[in-house]
Design a protein around this ligand. Structure first.
Ligand code: GLN
Length: 252
């Protein structure tokens, strides 16, 4: 089911002459736990920055993850909790089947989302060839922010965007984003690491796209982008623009 804010945005943006591709680009976000509402806001802002109209689909059950989804976000949070939350509606299974069925369609996995892609469980082989170590920077209080080096081509910003989501029917509202956290340059990105995992071994099929000092904190393999940090908690939406750009390119 579409969240009502998408409908409002669609109308407003259509009024403002936003580019509508020949079909509606639909981005699914796994609404299991964690920073999912922030991703909803970030992807809408990214679409505005690109002047593209999208539909955000809040994925809560397996049947929603079908061929009409062009790109997908697996948010960060707590991977164990996400696995448990997924059990009643088999959402993760549906998402993993969808990734297998549509290998060209882009996926953005952040933090716990990256852990799930590397270790999908249930005897599935991993979607990215790397070994990931959970909570490897230490406890919650050792969470930190640091500038990350990014080597990824992303669609440019052509329009200003400042879209805020109000409270939904579950009384959830995204965290306010601070502009100070995001002083991005082309190459550096404000990385927010919250009880983050570390990639301890990646195969050569993984392309490094984000590094912190010399350590890999973001990789692409095929159409899957896995980051150990939280881009949705900043005002720099380049990874979300990447997802939309890929979703348009790969499904036309
Ligand atoms: N520590 C979490 C886990 O192991 C991930 C943290 C996050 O997504 N911010 O699942």
């Amino acid at each position: 089911m579409l969240a009502s804010y998408s409908i409002n945005v669609r109308k407003r943006l259509t009024d403002r002459g936003r580019v509508r591709p020949p079909y509606m680009v639909r981005i699914g976000i796994a609404m299991l736990q964690g920073a999912r509402h922030e991703h909803c806001e970030a992807i809408q802002n990214a679409a505005m920055e690109m002047n593209v109209e999208i539909e955000v689909v809040e994925l809560r059950k397996r049947s929603q993850v079908d061929s009409s989804i062009h790109g997908l976000i697996l948010p960060g949070g707590e991977s164990t909790t996400m696995r448990i939350a997924s059990q009643s509606e088999s959402l993760l299974d549906g998402i993993f089947d969808w990734i297998t069925d549509y290998p060209d369609r882009p996926v953005l996995g952040t933090c716990a989302g990256a852990i799930l892609l590397a270790n999908p469980g249930n005897n599935r082989t991993s979607f990215i060839d790397l070994e990931v170590s959970r909570n490897a920077w230490g406890r919650q209080r050792f969470s930190f922010e640091a500038q990350v080096n990014v080597a990824l081509e992303t669609p440019r910003i052509t329009h200003n965007a400042h879209f805020e989501i109000g409270r939904d029917k579950y009384n959830h509202k995204p965290l306010p984003m601070s502009n100070q956290a995001a002083k991005p340059t082309e190459k550096s990105f404000p990385g927010i690491f919250i009880r983050a995992p570390r990639f301890i071994e990646e195969s050569i099929s993984c392309q490094k796209v984000a590094t912190l000092n010399d350590e890999t904190v973001g990789v692409i393999q095929g159409s899957i982008l896995a980051l150990t940090f939280h881009p949705e908690l900043t005002n720099d939406r380049r990874f979300h623009r990447w997802l939309i750009g890929q979703a348009i390119n790969k499904t036309q």
